[in-house]
Design a protein around this ligand. Structure first.
Ligand SMILES: Nc1ncnc2c1ncn2[C@@H]1O[C@H](COP(=O)(O)OP(=O)(O)OP(=O)(O)O)[C@@H](O)[C@H]1O
Ligand SMILES: Nc1ncnc2c1ncn2[C@@H]1O[C@H](COP(=O)(O)OP(=O)(O)OP(=O)(O)O)[C@@H](O)[C@H]1O
Ligand SMILES: [Mg+2]
Ligand SMILES: [Mg+2]
Lengths: 228, 228
């Protein structure tokens, strides 16, 4: 469902060129749970943003399904992402003036769902991530791990075909991190969604169908996960 | 060096009262590496902010050394923290318009150090956390783990007596997380600094003199670390 063909992403810093993604080709299949690992600064977030259409490559092509997303303009991308893509950001990017419930209903407001159905769906997701008693809290009234869980709920809200998650459990204790991975993978299985998850947590990679290891913007190796 | 006596921190949310910290008494000794653990939402960040004078308790007293910090006014607290306290925030709070180098020199600008010495000190710290080639980058031009490392360097910049760190390695891969813990504990030993570190990473607690486990705003138990 996601195809990267010889993708590069470089940044020009004065006289220096930083190769955040330095020649990556990759095919991710529908329904896969693809785990992305590698040292700090190896290009994981950059790669994830490119795959989700949140950034454009310097070279190479990126397809989601049959759509070549690196050639879409900003408006087309916004519509495309709204329908097909969910994203959990490394620093959540929740809207500070909205409650947890409002943050999760936001992606649904473009779906033609009634207000009543949107709230029901958002409540269901927030309950699933363990935040039943925190729905009226704004982000500043939530702990770090609670904000992270709101951001996970939001990514699943509109039932996207692919969910990209950048360190979705970095701020959670082991028990909660496991709960979140079980929840995300079981929801994804139920709706045949594809998950691409960046995580430093070596224990969580047991949930993966494949583990892709990055180093210096390149793929160092690919391992098969337990789900073969 | 840090003394909490029957400390409470409650939040009023409409008709509900949330007991983030629900009766904690604790003494932390100079030079200790104190690890704070517990489930998401158990009160770790709240407790850390109270200890560092970044928040006031609803009840109870907090001393750093002989100074009762919950009775200082905003100006007195700012001066006190500037001299004695370093803080690594769960979401870094780097200044987005400043480079990594400028972010680290900032705490030093109140120390009476010459500009040349401040830059030297900041470069030394950024090199120690592995960011020698990223000093001119702004936070938006750094990976998540790199931003976290700048925030660690900044906390040590003015050689404070106590450093409070809220999940300082949450966004780092295992190898880098270990490097950071080794670095922080060895710097602290060298200058007899006290470290109070919130971390979900069970492996990192081997660096601790004591491990304090929280649950629902209370201390569940205290374990002795390897350093006994
Ligand atoms: N301003 C606030 N208003 C209301 N409730 C709050 C506020 N700030 C924090 N809380 C609540 O207090 C509790 C403790 O929060 P805290 O941030 O200390 O948890 P934590 O242990 O650091 O969690 P995490 O591991 O997820 O970072 C949480 O349940 C949170 O929802
Ligand atoms: N806007 C930018 N300008 C210059 N360099 C950048 C920019 N954004 C990222 N980089 C660099 O690109 C490299 C890859 O960054 P990326 O955020 O993808 O790493 P990462 O693998 O997600 O790291 P982490 O595990 O720390 O989150 C880093 O070395 C970073 O400094
Ligand atoms: Mg990243
Ligand atoms: Mg916290």
């Amino acid at each position: 469902i996601v195809t990267l063909d010889n993708v590069y992403r470089a940044y020009k810093m004065g006289s220096e060129i930083i190769k955040a993604v330095d020649g990556i080709s990759l095919k991710i299949t529908q329904g896969e749970v693809c785990c992305l690992q590698g040292p700090s600064g190896s290009g994981k977030s950059t790669l994830l943003h490119l795959m989700a259409g949140l950034d454009k490559p310097t070279k190479g092509s990126i397809h989601i399904g049959k759509t070549r997303i690196d050639k879409l303009n900003e408006n087309q991308l916004a519509v495309f992402r709204q329908r097909y893509v969910g994203f959990v950001f490394q620093n959540y990017y929740l809207i500070p003036t909205l409650t947890a419930l409002e943050n999760v209903t936001m992606p649904l407001s473009f779906c033609g769902m009634s207000r009543k159905k949107r709230t029901e769906r958002a409540k269901e997701l927030l309950e699933a991530v363990g935040l039943k008693d925190r729905m009226k809290h704004k982000p500043s009234e939530l702990s770090g791990g609670q904000q992270q869980r709101v951001s996970i709920a939001r990514a699943f809200a509109n039932n996207p075909k692919i969910i990209f998650a950048d360190e979705p459990t970095g701020n959670l204790d082991t028990a909660n991190a496991f709960e979140m991975m079980k929840l995300m993978t079981s929801m994804a299985r139920q709706f045949n969604q594809t998950l691409v998850i960046v995580t430093h947590d070596v224990e969580l990679s047991e949930f993966a169908t494949r583990i892709i290891k990055l180093r210096d913007g390149k793929i160092e190796k690919i391992e098969n996960g337990r789900d073969q």
